[in-house]
Design a protein around this ligand. Sequence first.
Ligand SMILES: Nc1ncnc2c1ncn2[C@@H]1O[C@H](COP(=O)(O)OP(=O)(O)OP(=O)(O)O)[C@@H](O)[C@H]1O
Length: 261
Amino acid sequence: MTSKKIGDVLLDVKNISLRFGGVQALTDISFDVREHEIRAIIGPNGAGKSSMLNCINGVYTPREGTITFCGKTFSHMNPRQVAEMGVARTFQNLALFKGMSVIDNIMTGRNLKIKSNLLLQALRWGPAGREEIAHRAAVERIIDFLEIQAYRKIPVGQLPYGLQKRVDLGRALAMGPRMLLLDEPMAGMNVEEKQDMCRFILDVNDEFGTTIVLIEHDMGVVMDISDRVVVLDYGKKIGDGAPDEVQHSEEVIRAYLGTAA
Ligand SMILES: Nc1ncnc2c1ncn2[C@@H]1O[C@H](COP(=O)(O)OP(=O)(O)OP(=O)(O)O)[C@@H](O)[C@H]1O
């Protein structure tokens, strides 16, 4: 789609299988994500998309298979370790503190980067004070980038849903990720909010060089912004390729696109 430079493989998912009791959520899934790519994961409800994302960011431990990120292979990893390796994530059902302001919510994304101890932070003394100033500046840059300056001090719970999703993106960006996992970033949005979110995703990818893996149900969005698409159905991979290829695959049309609303 664009002339941007796609790099080497950043994430390599190999032969991942995952079960929940009697439910086979994922069966032998393999795909890769290249540096600077926007990679979509699509499929009908219950296809295994969120489970796949949860395997990548260490929330679920797959029964079989490996995940290699930045050349490091793991089969067991907790979410904190994954975050420390540079993977951030947004959630389908927002993971924000509704009573806290926009700025403080985004600041929580900096937690992993804060080095000074709690007492020094509380006193805002010496290095802790300087560190806090640097983190606040980073948060302000994200607020400007996402064009939410007017809402900085407002409790997130008072904002419309589309803006809350933008704050959730800001929280993830505050982690300074190399790869961003977005779980249905446009869900529940109106057309205008979707257009805004698309623009921000493309800008994050372009300006920060962040690699993006997203789950999305809106086919128009997926086809517009993705470089490559993985298609899951009943936990199996049934398609993988450029949006055009995937769109014209008979198996994909039968399983998903043909039945899309
Ligand atoms: N924590 C869990 N415990 C038991 N079963 C689960 C759990 N999470 C997911 N499943 C099951 O695994 C399968 C895949 O679910 P998953 O949520 O990954 O699909 P999805 O493609 O993300 O669906 P949706 O588009 O509806 O969000 C489904 O059959 C689901 O019921």
